[in-house]
Write a protein that binds this ligand. Structure first.
Ligand code: AQP
Length: 331
């Protein structure tokens, strides 16, 4: 690898990516590829912290891999792989679990949210998810982690775990910095704009999937929850409109003032249609590229096999050093 700072990020194949995943995270990954050494991964091991249908998970993982390429990740520039293909993540996870406190994990909002949503399956993996996320990042000693604002708390915990390890065993891990992109840092549900847009939302109208066709996208925006004021303006108390404005701004590059004047005197119907059309046009090339990639599974296999080999080579060196530091007998 070239002598550049290292970027790591991942996405769960729990379904098709949402517009939130795209604007808040994935679309920001591709421009980083020239400046940094980038590693991007499909986090299938994280996905099974909530129940998954095995056949669907396999399909979703492959689709997520192809989608990342369709969103601009170049497997020749970046190392693009599937998490479960690289065993070092699990090997490091155990050591990091032993350096993570019960109290720290109990404070994680995602754990609280997801255990409320799945009260019949509050499993240990869901609880220790942030230790595995720390392992994903620290296995490469990544410098930067581009994430949406909702993942900031987990990243802070990664830094705390790294720091604790460094204090106990001597300076070793780099403390990773979050890269949070201002525009669209948190896209909210179209049906409940106080909640983030999520792949696993049970209400299909709550989220735009990046493979939705134009008609579906426009229909979902038409049904988006707004308010009774009929004024397109960004201000407190207008969660639904604020969310639509931030989406429109993210896909068109227009600032809030110019969006307000563009829709002055017009109703929400016109605004919602414009947002829907702009989003659909933005996503259309991704769908075309995705279909092309999914038609050639052998090529995808070649890419993810090579990606996993490269990721293993880097992380195995780091994890072997960690195993030595904690006192395991060298193999
Ligand atoms: N609504 C969002 N707005 C901005 N960024 C978001 N991200 C997720 N939702 C939004 C960012 O997408 C990246 C990948 O997320 P993930 O798949 O690893 O997990 P997640 O954050 O739990 O995403 P979902 O869509 O909500 O998945 P489920 O429903 O399975 O839990 C992260 O960088 C995240 O910040």
């Amino acid at each position: 690898m070239e002598d550049k700072k290292l970027v790591f990020s991942a996405i769960q194949p729990t379904g098709t990516f949402t517009l939130g995943n795209y604007i808040g995270a994935v679309r920001n990954w591709s421009p980083l590829q020239d400046e940094y050494n980038c590693l991007y991964c499909v986090a299938d091991m994280h996905a099974i912290t909530v129940k998954q249908d095995p056949t669907k998970l396999r399909q979703n993982s492959l689709a997520a891999y192809a989608l990342l390429i369709a969103c601009g990740i170049d497997p020749k520039k970046s190392i693009l792989f599937i998490q479960s293909h690289v065993p070092t993540h699990a090997l490091l996870n155990w050591v990091l679990c032993c350096n993570t406190q019960f109290g720290e994990l109990s404070r994680m909002t995602q754990f609280k949210d997801k255990s409320q949503r799945h009260p019949d399956d509050i499993n240990a993996g869901l609880f220790t998810y942030p230790s595995l996320m720390a392992a994903d990042i620290l296995a490469y000693n990544a410098d930067f982690v581009p994430v949406g604002v909702d993942q900031k708390q987990h990243l802070e915990l990664t830094r705390d775990i790294a720091q604790r390890f460094n204090q106990r065993y001597g300076d070793f891990f780099t403390l990773p910095e979050p890269l949070i992109f201002e525009v669209g840092a948190k896209i909210m549900s179209l049906q409940d704009p106080t909640k983030k847009m999520s792949k696993s939302d049970e209400n299909p109208n709550a989220c735009i999937l990046i493979l939705d066709d134009k008609d579906t996208i426009i229909r979902k925006f038409k049904r988006a929850v707004t308010d009774s004021e009929a004024v397109v303006a960004y201000r407190e108390g207008k969660d639904g409109i604020n969310n639509l404005m931030s989406i429109y701004s993210a896909v068109t590059g227009k600032d809030y003032a110019s969006i307000e004047s563009e829709f002055a005197g017009k109703g929400y119907g016109d605004f919602k249609l414009a947002v829907g059309e702009a989003v659909a046009d933005n996503l259309a090339p991704i769908r075309t590229e995705f279909d092309r990639l999914m038609a050639d599974k052998a090529y995808l296999k070649e890419l993810y096999t090579e990606g996993a080999q490269k990721a293993f080579r880097i992380s195995n060196k780091i994890v072997s050093k960690v195993y030595h530091k904690v006192g395991f007998v060298d193999r």
